[in-house]
Design a protein around this ligand. Structure first.
Ligand SMILES: *Cc1c(COP(=O)(O)O)cnc(C)c1O
Length: 370
């Protein structure tokens, strides 16, 4: 008997569904707390939102009925200038997430392998598996640095045909906030693999971006985003710096209108005010320092030092999920983890000072309740 479900692509049909997060408005209704009173520290969003100049430019833009520039010319030129790289090596996407997916589609076919270094961002594994590829996991060391020797060993052992094609690195890493030092990156770049360095949080780090390294390394891509530091997560705008040889292939794959006009306007105007953006980043990194110091005084939390706009905390002597739920009842949202390497952990995004105050008050009110 014919059933159209038999026609499904078998490697996609076998995938588990991605666990979606609850939309903010739905959660607000469920908790009976108005959205403006919710302290949202669960998704590393920028608590200051876009620059006011961006909001103004979006309201005034007259050409939303015209298709976007498929070449992204103005945006790529502006990005290239900001990054100190050639515009020919820059490509923008519907979030950095789209560029991850493009890379996976370009390099991977079923049964291919990629390397991820968990605990880390889940999209690498997700996108690789969409191509029927398999993620080989090289776990981070107890201090959350990449196990560079472990990755090297994996390549030394693998026969050429089974060698992983892509190595996903994240610096600062999500959710640990760990920086990948230059010496580690150099060793990993010496391996016969395409290195995808995800710098979604690099603006918050004490160290510079490695976007300029792409000029010297044929096997390096660096991905960046407007979602975190520039406060445009909802508009979806990411970009990458790619080696020259890879660009023609990316252009063949990219959907012509992948970046919408509003995102382009918002990105361009953001880039016109780098000092304003840096100022907001400073507000956040200063607040990260204050939050970290105060988290140290919460008896049941062990915060991990972070180079990003969030702090991972090990929860000690009580259940992290119950803690997350107790905070939620008070209108404070944090991310909870219960997976290998992140047992009984929460991740707190850095908010505004008043958000930190509300969070700390709530955390202290919960001392002795579990
Ligand atoms: C948030 C995040 C991204 C996603 O960026 P978008 O541009 O919003 O798609 C990429 N990588 C990491 C590690 C992130 O945490």
């Amino acid at each position: 008997m014919f059933h159209p479900a038999d026609l499904l692509n078998p490697h996609l049909a076998g995938l588990e569904e991605y666990t979606p997060i609850q939309p903010f408005e739905v959660l607000s209704q469920r908790l009976g707390i108005p959205p403006q009173q919710i302290v949202k520290l669960d998704a590393n969003e920028n608590p200051y939102g876009p620059l006011p100049q961006v909001v103004e430019a979006l309201a005034d833009y007259p050409h939303y009925h015209i298709y976007p520039d498929p070449q992204q010319t103005a945006l790529r030129e502006s990005l290239a200038e900001d990054l100190g790289v050639a515009p020919e090596q820059v490509l923008a996407g519907h979030g950095a997430d789209e560029l991850l997916d493009l890379l996976c589609r370009l390099f991977l076919r079923p049964k291919d392998r990629v390397v991820t270094c968990p605990p880390t961002f889940g999209m690498y594994r997700f996108d690789a598996r969409l191509q029927g590829a398999q993620a080989v996991e090289v776990w981070r060391l107890p201090d959350y640095h990449v196990d560079v020797a472990g990755v090297e060993e994996l390549f030394a052992r693998a026969r050429a045909r089974q060698r992983p094609k892509l190595l996903f690195l994240t610096s600062p890493n999500n959710p640990t906030g760990t920086w990948l030092p230059d010496t580690h990156l150099r060793r990993l770049l010496a391996l016969p693999v395409m290195v995808v360095l995800d710098e979604a949080y690099v603006e918050f780090a004490d160290y510079p971006s490695r976007a300029s390294w792409v000029a010297e390394h044929e096997n390096l891509c660096v991905l960046r985003t407007f979602s975190k530091a520039a406060g445009l997560a909802g508009l979806r705008l990411g970009y990458g710096v790619f080696p020259a040889w890879l660009m023609p292939h990316l252009w063949k794959f990219k959907q012509p209108y992948n970046v919408n006009v509003a995102a382009m306007v918002a990105g361009l105007v953001s880039l016109q005010h780098p000092e304003r953006l840096r100022e907001r980043v400073r507000w956040i990194t200063r607040e990260r320092q204050r939050l970290f110091t105060h988290l140290l005084s919460v008896p049941y939390l062990k915060p991990v030092p972070s180079q990003a706009n969030f702090i991972l905390c090990r929860v000690v002597g009580r259940d992290a999920r119950a803690l997350k739920e107790a905070l939620e009842q008070m209108g404070i949202l944090v991310r909870h983890y219960d997976k290998p390497g992140l047992d009984n952990c929460i991740r707190i995004s850095v908010g505004r000072p008043e958000h930190t105050d509300r969070l700390l008050e709530a955390l202290h009110s919960l001392v002795g309740t579990a």
